[in-house]
Every structure is written in C-alpha cells, then in structure tokens.
Design a binder for this molecule. Structure first.
Ligand code: PAF
Length: 289
C-alpha cells in the first residue's frame, strides 16, 4: 500500500494502474477508520481491482469548529486497517494541497433543504466541493458511500448526474455494533452512559419497522412513535426525525413509495445520525437498516 499526499503523485500512480487495465475503486473518508469504512472498501473490491482511499478531515464541511478540532484522528491505525483490508493507495493531502486559495464551491439545491442540510448550514457545500475535487483528482470508475450518511449518498448521486462525472456511485450498507448503534467515528466521543442511551435511535427505527409491517403508513404517527422511544434515552437535542422520499429527499406525509426515515440527535455533545430505507419487494414493504 502506498501513501501519498500530492495530487501529481496520485495522478501518476492511477494512470499506471489504468494502463494495466485495472478499474479504480474509491472510498473517500475523513479517517479514524472503523468497520463501516472497511465494508465500503469490501464493496468497492467487488467491482474494481485497484482501491484508492482518501483520508482528509475536510474543514470546510464542518459548521462547528469544535467538532472539527475534536474530530478523532489516528493515522497509524488507519494505515494498518487500510492495508489489511486491501487498499492499494491512500491519498492523504493537507489543507494547502486541497484548497490553496480556492474560490469555487459546489452547491446542490433542493436535496439539501431538509434533514442535515437544514441543521448544518454550509455542510453539504463543503462535502460536494471536496468530493468533486477528489473525483477529478482520482478519476475513479466506482466510488462507494455509506447509507448511514443517506443525504450525502443520494445527493452525490444527483451531483454526479448533473455534472456528468464519469463515475458509478454505489451505496454500502450501515454497519452496526452488536447493540444496534450505527458505527461512526464520532461514537468515540460517547461516554459509556450516553452510548447506552443512544441505543434508543435504533430502537425507534425498529419500532417504525414494526408499525410499517403492520400496515401503518402515516408519517406523523410513525414519527411520533419514534420520538417517544428516543425521548426515553434523554437526548440532549433532537435535530430531526423525518420521513422523506428516497428520490429527492422531500417530506412524505404517507409512506407509499421508496422512502427514508432518518434521525439526527445529540447525546451529550455528540451528534448521531441513523436511518432506514423503506423499499418494496414484490409489493411487500422491506426496511433496510
Ligand atoms: O462521509 C464522509 O466521511 C465525508 O463527508 C466525505 C465523503 C469523506 C467528504 O469529506
């Protein structure tokens, strides 16, 4: 596995891989790798032969500088895990290499109006800007994003379509701890007690699944039920519990098409997000966590 920090070096290594007819897979990350990231690499390996991972804590997507400053970092462990999981190349730029004196921002309308877009001003502009740059630098055939950040994954799919990036976007599943807690680098900040409390998010989503399987389709009723369960964990703040269309992330009153129920809540200072996708299989509802 090679680790490089300069754009020119990445380009030349990837050019060589392409000359050898290898398809390039890409997993962008902010480091502090866990099984969620590694599952994205495993997904990428199903489709491509040369795995690139970026590790870059992208300051411009943080709407809270304390969150940026305390974002967990452990490069030695990241290198170890990446190598053991078949990453061929790590791109590890610094702020200067990525942004120098940049003046351009990539913005996507509508899909970012709700959910995290409404609670974290500027966040998605930062994400789309860095992801566009990474796509242009790496020029992967396939890029994999996790379902946990569903608004990010759905919006990037749209950005790729709108801006004609020649890359196929794949969404990898949410990876959970045995308790049900969705894996996230930020979980490191949770105290033992808050980690226990935070399980109400998963429990709330499970309750929503049960209601849906029993025929409930009214978003308000489902959201109220989730909220009741989440409140039992004494969250410090609930940013949202929302039901949205999968296609454009607009709010849904009645669940009658492919949809997402998404949650964001603070436990202590830690903001956690989670969701489930509601699909239909031969007319039957199926919840994908
Ligand atoms: O999902 C993340 O970790 C980040 O938003 C990403 C895609 C690496 C962009 O900085």
């Amino acid at each position: 596995m090679r680790v490089v920090s300069k754009i020119d070096e990445v380009r030349s290594i990837i050019e060589d891989a392409k000359k050898n007819n290898l398809l390039i897979g890409f997993v962008p990350t902010m480091g502090f790798l866990h099984k969620g990231h590694l599952s994205l690499v495993a997904e990428s390996k199903k489709h491509t032969q040369f795995q690139v991972m970026s590790i870059f804590v992208n300051k411009i997507q943080f709407n809270n500088m304390n969150d940026y400053n305390t974002y967990p970092r452990d490069l030695e462990n990241d290198f170890d895990l990446a190598e053991k999981n078949g990453v061929d190349l790590i791109f590890l730029p610094d702020d200067d290499e990525m942004y120098g004196n940049h003046l351009t921002t990539v913005h996507l309308d509508r899909l970012t109006d709700n959910l995290c877009g409404a609670c974290r001003p500027g966040h998605f502009d930062g994400v789309f800007t860095v992801v566009s740059k990474l796509f242009n630098i790496i020029q992967p055939h396939v890029a994999v994003f996790g379902q946990k950040d569903i608004q990010q994954a759905v919006s990037i799919q749209k950005m790729v379509y709108d801006l004609n990036f020649p890359v196929k976007i794949i969404m990898g599943p949410i990876i959970r701890e045995d308790s049900g807690l969705a894996m996230s680098s930020r979980n490191k900040h949770l105290s033992r007690e808050k980690r226990e409390d935070a399980l109400v998010i998963y429990k709330g989503l499970k309750r929503a699944e049960q209601l849906l399987l029993n025929g409930e389709r009214d978003s308000k009723i489902i959201i109220n039920e989730i909220e009741k369960i989440i409140l039992k964990g004494r969250p410090d703040k609930i940013d949202y519990i929302s039901a949205v269309r999968f296609s454009d992330l607009s709010f849904l009153d009645t669940i009658g098409e492919k949809a997402v129920i998404a949650v964001a809540a603070f436990f202590g200072d830690t903001r956690l997000i989670d969701n489930m996708v509601i699909e239909y299989e031969r007319g039957r509802i199926k919840c994908v966590f």
